[in-house]
Design a protein around this ligand. Sequence first.
Ligand code: PLP
Length: 388
Amino acid sequence: MGFTLAERLRRLPPYLFAELDRLRDEVAAKGVDIIDLGVGDPDQPTPAHVIEALCEAARDPATHRYPAYSGMRAFREAAASWMKTRFGLELDPDREIITLIGSKEGIAHFPLAFVDPGDVVLVPSPAYPVYRGSTILAGGEPVELALREENGFLPVLEDIDPQLLKRAKLLVINYPNNPTAATATVEFFSQVVDFAREHGLIVVSDAAYVEMGLDGYRPPSFLEAPGAMDVGIEFHSLSKTYNMTGWRIGFAAGNAELIAGLGKVKSQIDSGAFDAIQLAGVAALTGPQEPVEEMRKIYASRRDVLIKGLESLGLRPCPTRATFYVWCRVPEGTDSRSFASRLLTEAGIVATPGVGFGEAGEGYVRFALTVGEQRLSEALQRMQQLSW
Ligand code: PLP
């Protein structure tokens, strides 16, 4: 029997990483030893005290029941106190914070709360594909704002078509940025607040990598910009900070009406994050932060190996001081898909073609620093055998 997919699903592009996994598996099936620098999934374990906290919480039958929709108060309080320590922000854990089943869940559901069919959502390009996909699922129209190297991979807000701006409802920003690894200042965030006020936009800030500043750099929160709480919501993730991608835990912080809207959607769709995982999240946010500093050192040192190696091969990686990605220009005369596919088929290296993150990503590939230095060196040696 033939089933017809809903129009909204037919409008969705294939999910980039699912596509990549399929290609990688095809090559691996031929017996090739793959060095996977594709998906941004940390290779290090979750800190031991967080695992202990989960085990203990899971033994308590009180955690076995349905969680509260907006999340456990203990987790929201921990998130609020973390936002205070880290950014000096005072947030009300009852109205200005909500627990998420990973930040992807919140980012994906948010447009359902505020985007009507025909509304425009201004999404960066290149970008995490979920901004685009969730806009389409909500019936909205994603419009890409190109992030160009010459502008430090920041969107040029003045260049947005005024006609589109009239229909625009949300503006999505993501710093430190995936995939370019670019960072933004509080001054830039203040310009975003002014722009959002002038044009009646809601700002969605994705801060998944805010704890991945390297070399002593501490990236700011969008909510630090004066007035940001009037116009925005920010998505935080425990995934990369504490090597917890599989646990599915994060939170949103920001304007109370925006948090309430998201909460209303979630109450129709999910039944909250497992309480034991939220209690483990409390341990992560309020416990010792040395493992986070360790993690930063590991990525900084891998970044140095990869950037130095790529440069010595004549490639031009962008300098980076945040995230665990290296965004690198492809050699002259090729494009991002052909270069990534050569790396895979001729060297067994998975890298993500820039165009997969949006049209403005053409001309680049993204390497994730999710393997050890020895494997990175091996990847570089293999690349040396290729000519371009
Ligand atoms: N935002 C960005 C930019 C990401 O790259 C990711 C994951 O890779 C996420 C959000 C989602 O993270 P999680 O759902 O694990 O919190």
